[in-house]
Design a binder for this molecule. Sequence first.
Ligand code: FAD
Length: 701
Amino acid sequence: MITTSVLVLLGIGFTAAVILAVASKLLYVYEDPRIARVEGVLAGANCGGCGYPGCAGAAQAVVDGKAGATVCVIGGDAVAANVAAIMGLDFSSMEKQIAFVDCTGGVRAEEIYEYAGVRDCRAQNLLYGGSKMCPEGCLGLGTCVTACQFGAIEMGPDGYPVVDPALCTACGACAQVCPRGVITIWGLSARITHLNEITDCLAPCRQRCPGQINIPRYIEQVSRGDYAGALETIRERIPMPLSIGRVCPYPCESVCRRTHVDEAVGINMIKRFVADWEMNSGQRLPISCAADTGRKVAVVGGGPAGLACAFYLRRLGHSPTIFESMPKLGGQLRFGIPEYRLPKAVLDWEIEGILGLGIDVEYEKVFGTDFDLDSLKTDGFEAVFLGIGAWMNMTLRIDGEDSGGVETGTEFLTKVGLNMETGIGRKVVVIGGGNTAIDTARTSVRLGADVTLMYRRTKDEMPANIEEIIGAEEEGVKYLFLAAPTRIVADAAGHVTHVEYIRMELGEPDESGRRRPVPVTGSETLIEADTVYTAIGQKPELSCLYDESGTCPLGQTKWRTLDAHPVTLQTALPHVFTGGDMHTGPALVITALGEGRKAARSIHQYLTDGEPHYSSKLQRELIPYTMFTNVPDVGHRQRSTIPHLVSYDERTCTFKEIEGALSSEEAKHETCRCLRCGLTCYNRDMTGDQECLAEHCAKIP
Ligand code: FAD
């Protein structure tokens, strides 16, 4: 009996042991040991500021890959470095993220009602969609300020939140509570690679700028005296504010809402002011770059497009090398645009700053002759940017064009840019109506020639910048409008003596919208000339893309430019990208710079994700409802004028720079003319009359 009982007990005990052993195997929950280790190095405050339930929750999120090494918002860099070490991440390559308020706008165009309940943006937004008419902008009740546990946000003098980057830990609490989504947590790479989206707060000027510069933001920064911040804003989009501040025809100003009151804000003069402020200080502002990735990219062509592409690739951590056929960089900025508009010393200073980030250059290396796509691949370049501009000149296709003394305007300007002998005579005829024609004419004047500029349409149709057209006239260039060359007459030695031209009259508009010039039969006339410069257009020289068998792996457009995806700028070969005049045909410096950044963005995405991205939300055209036809209640305010550094008399015999920069007082005055537009708002209080303006400006420290 006793034996049976013992056996039963032993059996029960054994069965229980087996069940427990099996259960422990089946119900065992594995915990990644890194969770405990990560939790061990976190600050231990269990504050929840990271958005997770205490430090244990944060550690779990890190190990699950839901949070980064910088998860602990009060731990600072030391804690983040420890977390990164446990997770096997490279802490030095982690970008600092900060909160960025996208709405710094003005008072809304129209107040609909004022909600007197709880002073909370979320309640306001939920109950009434906000008290202001703008459906996108900041409501200004400061819920983000209350949400921030680090005192990093406060309401600025105009009632909009201002972030202190030094205190911001990028915990995201402000972004979480903002019902309008106007606060984003950004790192440098995300800011550099962002393209305008229709949901962004895009003032008309910002929509129109081919470089996508956040114009309202830098104007607001200059108005507060934050010149360094303004330059940082500009350099998130273009690397050459000194050059652009001098040569841009500022398309942004054409849509400035202030034109409905008096004249556009002098956007480009403000940019030039702040860019000159840095250069004249002699100190370069630091430009941040992501940690090295070691990925090699070849940038072919060192004009504005190539320089911008290399600049942003470097800022994104990659290693670009520029291959340039000329002995110096700058492209048409150096060899087209003359000294009196853009001094070489200024251009050199700007390019030195770009190269100073750690960009290599191979000078006098001609693509298609000294190297090609295959050799670049062999040399370890993982992607290629092609930006060789549009240097092939169109010909007049008239008799005598090959006579001595007949040359293209760009050849002449390049010789001047290289300090070479030009062989210019005394009586010069320039043919064309664009920037190249005007620069050729004004440069010829400075070399002592008597210059006539012949154009087949009228002054109104000239594509050159209006200031240049007026400047040329002031310097004595004679215009011969509605005249087209029909023949170059040469002497017995084959040197030009006259240009024969025919009178034109304007007919119906052509596909460009300009009225088509029609010849007046029998009106041929001769004009005397010992030198003729033609400047009737350029296109890219694409022969360098063909191999010995005459094959080109890349596509071309009907305008004989390099074909590429309109947003990503990727060509038919996935690792080859393009931008600038080579892609668009002859355009503007700001367009080339904008395309350079876009291409760098795509190359970065290609290197990191395998392919470039584009979003359906991208802003391509002007957004119609943001284009106002009037801005009531805004008083007149005189636009500043650019000072001239050289007198009219002196101008025709010197290459000294003509235009100067605004003084700091003038720049501030100009920033106070800005209406601080957003998608729909503008600030009438700030500009309504002299008193309001003075009040606003008094708030500026
Ligand atoms: P580019 O500036 O042409 O640069 C291309 C670079 O590629 C050059 O450095 C070239 O040497 C190099 N390259 C060419 N072939 C090869 C090769 N096979 N291998 C290696 N390298 C090569 N725009 C404005 O906004 N405002 C103005 O006032 C203005 N004035 C102008 C005046 C003139 C006379 C000219 C010609 C243009 C002007 N423009 C102006 C237009 C502006 O300069 C161009 O749109 C801009 O420079 C284009 O930049 P890019 O980098 O695409 O090409």
